[in-house]
Design a protein around this ligand. Structure first.
Ligand SMILES: [Mg+2]
Length: 273
C-alpha cells in the first residue's frame, strides 16, 4: 500500500507568521525515510516550493499554484506519462484577458492586484521581503490580489469568475485568480493512476484554509491544522476520518501526522489480526 501525505504549506506545515518548519524538520525526514510520499500542494510557486525542498534537504514531487501544475512526477512510483498532462493552469496574461472581458466593473473595484501595489505593500500583504517576495510574485499560473469588498460581493465575484472558466481562491493572506483548477485535481488523478498501476494509495491530506477544502475532502484522512485566532476549518463533505490538531503549525502538522499514522496502524492491525 502506498501512503501519501498531501500537504498545504503556509499555516499548515510552515508556521503562519514565520513560515518556519525547523522544529519538525527531522521528523519530516524520518517520515520520508520510513517510505511516506510527501507531496506539498500549495498556492506557492514552483520556485518557492523548490526553495522549501532545498531547506528540507529532500527532492519531493509537488503541486504548485493551487493545483495548476504537478512537478517532479518522476519521483512517483508510476509508469511514465507525457509531461504535458502535468500543467492545467493558464498563464497570467491569459487570465487577465479573461478577467478584463468577463468580470463586472462593480466587482473589479474591490480587487487590488498585488503587481500594481508598491513593493512595501506587497511585502505587508504576503509577509515576505527581498528574494522571498520576488519568488512569491513570480507566478506562472495565477495572479494574487487583495479583496476589500463585502462578503456578498466576494460570492458574486467567485460566481462570475467560475462562469468565465476562472477560479478565485482565498488563502490565508491574499486571494488568487487562476484557471478553474483547485488543489483536489491532481489528488484525484494521482489516485486513479495508482489504481491503474495496480497499487492501492492512501492519501492523508493536511490543510488550514478554505483553498484546502477540496483536497481535504478528496483525501482518505483529512488533517486540519488550526490557524492562530481562527476557528479550525470545517468540511461540508468530510472523509470518514478527520483529525483536527490542537496546536498550530508547524507542531500541529506533526501532531496530526502521528495521529493519522496510528489510526492507519490500528486499521492494518484489525485487517491482519
Ligand atoms: Mg494554508
Amino acid at each position: 500500500m502506498g501512503l501519501m501525505f498531501m500537504t498545504d504549506l503556509d499555516g499548515t506545515l510552515l508556521g503562519h507568521d514565520d513560515f518556519s518548519f525547523a522544529s519538525i524538520r527531522d521528523d519530516i525526514l524520518a517520515l520520508l525515510g520510513a517510505g511516506v510520499t510527501i507531496v506539498p500542494n500549495s498556492s506557492k510557486t514552483s520556485r518557492e516550493i523548490s526553495v522549501f525542498c532545498d531547506e528540507l534537504g529532500a527532492s519531493l514531487p509537488f503541486i504548485c499554484e493551487n493545483g495548476a501544475a504537478l512537478v517532479n512526477r518522476q519521483l512517483f512510483d508510476l509508469p511514465p506519462t507525457p509531461a504535458s498532462a502535468d500543467v492545467v493552469g493558464l498563464a497570467p496574461d491569459r487570465l487577465m484577458a479573461l478577467w478584463d472581458h468577463h468580470i463586472e466593473a462593480s466587482l473589479k473595484r474591490h480587487c487590488h492586484f498585488l503587481a500594481d501595489l508598491p513593493e512595501a505593500e506587497q511585502a505587508w500583504h504576503l509577509g515576505l521581503r527581498g528574494a522571498a517576495l520576488k519568488q512569491a510574485m513570480a507566478r506562472d499560473y495565477s495572479v494574487p490580489f487583495v479583496f476589500t469588498g463585502p462578503e456578498p460581493a466576494f460570492a458574486g465575484l467567485r460566481q462570475q469568475a467560475a462562469t468565465a472558466g476562472l477560479a478565485v481562491k482565498r488563502g490565508g493572506r491574499v486571494c488568487n485568480l487562476s484557471a478553474g483548477h483547485d488543489k483536489s485535481g491532481f489528488a484525484q488523478s494521482l489516485r486513479a493512476e495508482y489504481q491503474a498501476a495496480g497499487s492501492e494509495l492512501v492519501i492523508v491530506g493536511f490543510g488550514d484554509g478554505d483553498n484546502d477544502i477540496g483536497m481535504l475532502e478528496t483525501s482518505d484522512i483529512a488533517c486540519v491544522v488550526p490557524r492562530p485566532g481562527h476557528p479550525p476549518l470545517t468540511l461540508a463533505s468530510p472523509p470518514p476520518t478527520v483529525i483536527t490538531a490542537r496546536r498550530a503549525a508547524p507542531e500541529g502538522w506533526l501532531e496530526a501526522a502521528r495521529q493519522a499514522l496510528s489510526i492507519l496502524e490500528c486499521k492494518r492491525g484489525d485487517q491482519h489480526g
